[in-house]
Design a protein. Structure first.
Length: 345
């Protein structure tokens, strides 16, 4: 028998609370990725479930005393060595993990801290202390913005000097957040990255992925092997926090990537994406569910939810990330993520 949405929300909430309820994350409850540099990595199990909590606080600020300790635990988790040491161990990089590039970690950490400041008026701690060095949210944001303006791609790179669409969506978000919090004008650089996206990374094909999700090293040109509907839908949801109207148009063009069967809908990914821990059917479907809810496409969201909610009760293999995304989707109302980022309304 199919579970109700309320039962699924209760199960997801309970599972997430168990992960983040203590002073430290309960790592035994976390999916263990083969590589922390890939897309099932631990950092995503912290940053994206946090969005559900931040959305909740926007609607119910009286829950701050309950939610803030969980976000504090998530922040401490983001600074745990297991989360960022791939920079050295898997990529053989010698620089400080927040010094240059590494947007996949630095950009998501900045987004988390920016949203935390927006929620509580102060960061989790005064300084971000990592591997014997320190910075602040403002220092990290300034560094990322500077790298963005100096880059040939007009975006910040992750690995091998390649700029990724999913990661630079966080760059767009954080520029808007920082401007709102501290009166800077970092978001003026966003348009240059959008030109890169539109002029070089958009595939302009009738079906399949919308974008090449990465540039070549130190270039604006696309790495044409890098394309994935899983990357598309991830990036589209994140960009809905900054450019919702454009994302709505893109999402309509992207509909051929959704499979409809009876009362369900889901997003297929390639076997290769699953093999290399790039994406999975439940992960891509969860991002599509979140985006449909953000854009107010309730009928589509219902079909996507139906592919996920039965699994929430028993738990996903990719938890707590997937339970977090499911809860995020259930918490979203039309435009809620955009309002969270922009402060509108």
């Amino acid at each position: 028998m199919s579970v109700s949405p309320n039962e699924a929300v209760a199960a997801a909430t309970q599972r997430l609370d168990a992960c983040y309820a203590g002073p430290e994350c309960d790592w035994d409850r976390f999916f263990r990725p083969r590589r922390e540099m890939a897309n099932f990595a631990t950092r995503y199990h912290l940053v994206y479930p946090a969005l559900a909590y931040f959305i909740t606080l926007k609607e119910r600020s009286e829950l701050a005393d309950t939610v803030r300790p969980k976000l504090d635990t998530m922040y401490r988790g983001l600074l745990d060595e297991r989360v960022w040491s791939y920079w050295h161990r898997e990529l053989d990089e010698t620089t400080w993990p927040l010094q240059e590039r590494n947007l996949t970690y630095a950009g998501r950490l900045a987004t988390f801290v920016g949203l935390y400041i927006d929620a509580f008026g102060e960061p989790p701690v005064d300084t971000i202390d990592l591997e014997g060095r320190s910075t602040t949210y403002r220092g990290l944001s300034e560094s990322l913005h500077r790298q963005m303006t100096e880059s040939p791609s007009c975006g910040v790179s992750c690995y091998h000097h390649q700029s990724m669409v999913m990661c630079n969506a966080h760059m767009l978000i954080n520029n808007v957040l920082h401007d709102r919090l501290f009166g800077t004008s970092y978001a003026s650089a966003n348009e240059a990255w959008m030109r890169t996206l539109n002029d070089h990374l958009a595939r302009n094909e009738p079906d399949g992925p919308l974008f090449y999700y990465g540039t070549k090293s130190n270039e604006v040109a696309p790495e044409e092997k890098k394309k994935s509907v899983g990357a598309d839908i991830w990036a589209l949801f994140l960009m809905s926090g900054v450019i919702p109207d454009r994302v709505s148009d893109w999402f309509e063009r992207w509909q051929s990537n959704i499979t409809y069967a009876d009362d369900r809908a889901y997003v297929e990914v390639t076997p290769k994406d699953l093999e290399i821990e790039f994406s999975s059917v439940p992960l891509a479907t969860a991002w599509a569910f979140c985006l449909a809810k953000e854009l107010g496409q309730n009928e589509r969201a219902e079909l996507l939810r139906n592919s996920l909610k039965d699994q929430v009760v028993t738990g996903f293999e990719l938890d707590p990330l997937l339970s977090g995304l499911y809860l995020l989707g259930e918490k979203l109302r039309p435009g809620a993520f955009y309002r969270l980022v922009s402060g509108a309304g």
